[in-house]
Design a protein around this ligand. Structure first.
Ligand code: SF4
Length: 281
């Protein structure tokens, strides 16, 4: 794919092939793949949800302010509506009361959406782990993409986590239906919303809870810890996407012959020489 563009956009960021370009057009022309363009645009315009839970949220606010400034990554547009957000930064202690709206908010976000667990509390309960009112990690309920350790993590480490998320997006391929399940047929399955009663109940564990209650009613030993079944991630993949993925596999390139390999090595050598000559690029 070739694009010409305005002066301020440096297309060297998305140039992604072994074909070298003459020096004089490198800032204005890029030869790249559709996946690279797709990932680059998504990861450079990530809009986080304007949402904080506890002390970690103060560090998140610090990261958004001028000293650390996450607008450098295209993320400054924090949205107050889940319908306009791509990313939820779970910044703080997740109480049993609060996990219910968090899951509801997550379900209201459009795909593709990502979750970053910020700090010890969001990642595993932190200093309050096993407390009567605290959930031992948001990943018990939602699929976390990046964990940022610390109590609290510094703004720098949160920025590092966001960069890790960008790298994760960079590694996805539009040709792989598993990487882009949101292009499947129909709406994606909502995550079951936990039920707040005397304790928090995950509807996915209802069978275990019911069984334990029956044991208790029959006077059998109960309360024996059972592990819930592994989380099943349902991905609806359209027939078209599956056919595209199959065709991509079928059309996998032949192993490189010697001439092709030689040309590729020469191209890499030229790129290396260019990089040595222009270390600031
Ligand atoms: S990880 Fe530490 S700083 Fe963050 S919310 Fe928990 S107690 Fe507060």
């Amino acid at each position: 794919m070739a694009l010409t563009t305005q002066k301020e956009l440096d297309l060297r960021q998305i140039h992604d092939t072994e074909f070298p370009l003459p020096d004089e057009i490198q800032g204005t022309l890029a030869v790249t793949s559709l996946s690279r363009i797709y990932n680059w645009s998504r990861r450079s315009s990530m809009w986080p949800l304007l949402f904080g839970l506890a002390c970690c949220a103060i560090e998140m606010i610090g990261m958004a302010s001028s000293r650390f400034d996450f607008s450098r990554f295209g993320m400054e547009v924090m949205r107050a509506s889940p319908r306009q957000s791509d990313l939820i930064i779970v910044s703080g202690t997740v109480t049993k009361k609060m996990v219910v709206p968090i899951v509801r908010i997550y379900n209201q976000m459009p795909e593709p959406k990502y979750i970053l667990a910020m700090g010890a509390c969001a990642s595993g309960g932190g200093p309050f782990k096993e407390g009567y009112n605290v959930v031992s990690g948001i990943d018990k309920y939602l699929p976390v993409d990046v964990y940022v350790p610390g109590c609290p993590p510094t703004p720098q480490s949160l920025l590092y986590g966001l960069i890790a998320l960008q790298k994760k997006i960079d590694g996805q391929s539009i040709a792989n239906a598993d990487d882009v399940p949101w292009y499947g047929a129909g709406p994606s399955e909502p995550t079951p919303i936990p039920i707040l009663g005397p304790d928090i109940i995950d509807p996915r564990q209802m069978d275990i809870i019911r069984r334990q209650a029956e044991y208790a009613a029959q006077g059998k030993p109960y309360g024996v810890r059972e592990l819930p079944p592994p989380m099943e991630i349902k991905k609806k993949v359209s027939a078209k996407a599956a056919a595209l993925a199959a065709a991509t596999v079928a059309a996998a390139p032949e192993p490189l012959d010697e001439n092709r390999l030689k040309r590729r090595m020469e191209a890499l050598e030229r790129r290396r020489a260019f990089a040595t000559k222009n270390p600031e690029v």
